[in-house]
Design a protein around this ligand. Structure first.
Ligand SMILES: [Zn+2]
Length: 297
């Protein structure tokens, strides 16, 4: 994972939407030149160079459903939804993180998209409206109910999550979730709920978790996060009242950090060490890019 690229973003692959809805064009791409991403369920096979491994469609389990990832170098790129895959909403395990950390950003982006898509297929084999089996359509970017009377169409979901910096008097509010390693602090985050704008979700989450009212919410950067299908929307905001009321169900701790503390933690983290005031979020997290962005302001 490159330090400057946002992990899981930036794939060169052409998603070729027109091909998805053109069965003849899709069929024509499923030839001997087509590449099939080698996966074990949701986990990637890793080559000797640390990169993804590609085979041909002949390698696919005949019982698998095939999804079209897109076009790269004029060739169709595909992945399979193996019948044994049940879907997972769990975060990545340490072995997978180790593999992903060694990948080029391009491979990581392709893998993240494939994982999220396959995971969605594995968890949506039945129609949420009628309960009938669904079948893969549009090259894997849709599932359609098999019951003609129902006809429901289902689309791969993306779950928007806000992750936000709060600033007051040149200091930043960061928090510690219970699952974090000791001394790790990061930006507060939470899922956007139905009926909310991004700005409203930012304000609600910060008030719920830290008791702080914010203003002037602005967008900074985003990151697809395939565990299983989040889109992290990184924002910045200000508050006029820094008094904290922490929701201890969500956070172990939240604190204000000075610019010098954040700069030291980021610089020490980049050198592989642990910051004096706190341990900064890792490079693959969008929070890392938010802190970097803030220091550059
Ligand atoms: Zn249905």
């Amino acid at each position: 994972m490159s330090g400057s690229t946002i992990a899981f973003a930036g794939a060169r692959i052409d998603r070729a939407d027109a091909v998805r809805s053109d069965p003849a064009a899709l069929e024509a791409l499923m030839d001997w030149r087509a590449r099939l991403l080698k996966l074990d369920g949701l986990d990637p096979e890793i080559g000797p160079d640390g990169g993804l491994v590609w085979g041909t469609l002949a390698d696919a389990d005949p019982a698998s459903e095939i999804v079209f990832l897109g076009l790269l170098d004029g060739r169709g790129h595909f992945a399979e939804v193996q019948p044994k895959v049940g879907g997972s909403v769990a975060p990545a395990n340490p072995r997978l993180w180790q593999a992903m950390a060694a990948m080029e950003s391009e491979d990581l982006a392709i893998y993240g998209a494939a994982r999220s898509l396959i995971d969605w297929h594995a968890r949506h084999r039945f129609c949420a409206k009628s309960g009938h089996p669904t079948k893969l359509t549009k090259g894997g970017w849709q599932r359609s109910c098999s019951d003609a009377g129902c006809g429901a169409e289902h689309f791969p979901r993306v779950d928007p999550v806000t992750i936000m910096l709060v600033e007051h008097g040149g200091q930043l509010l960061l928090g510690r979730q219970p699952r974090f390693p000791a001394r790790r602090f990061s930006a507060l985050a939470g899922f956007i709920e139905p009926g909310e704008s991004v700005e409203e979700a930012v304000a609600r989450e910060i008030f719920e978790e830290a008791g702080v009212r914010v203003r002037d919410v602005s967008y900074v950067a985003s990151q697809p996060w395939p565990f299983p299908s989040s889109l992290m929307i990184g924002c910045h905001s200000h508050t006029d009242d820094p008094a904290l009321t922490i929701d201890t169900n969500e956070l172990d701790e939240a604190r204000w950090f000075t610019r010098a503390e954040v700069a030291e933690a980021m610089a020490t983290g980049a050198a592989g060490g642990e910051g004096a005031a706190f341990i900064a979020p890792p490079r693959h997290a969008v929070a890392h890019h938010l802190l970097k962005w803030w220091l550059e302001q």
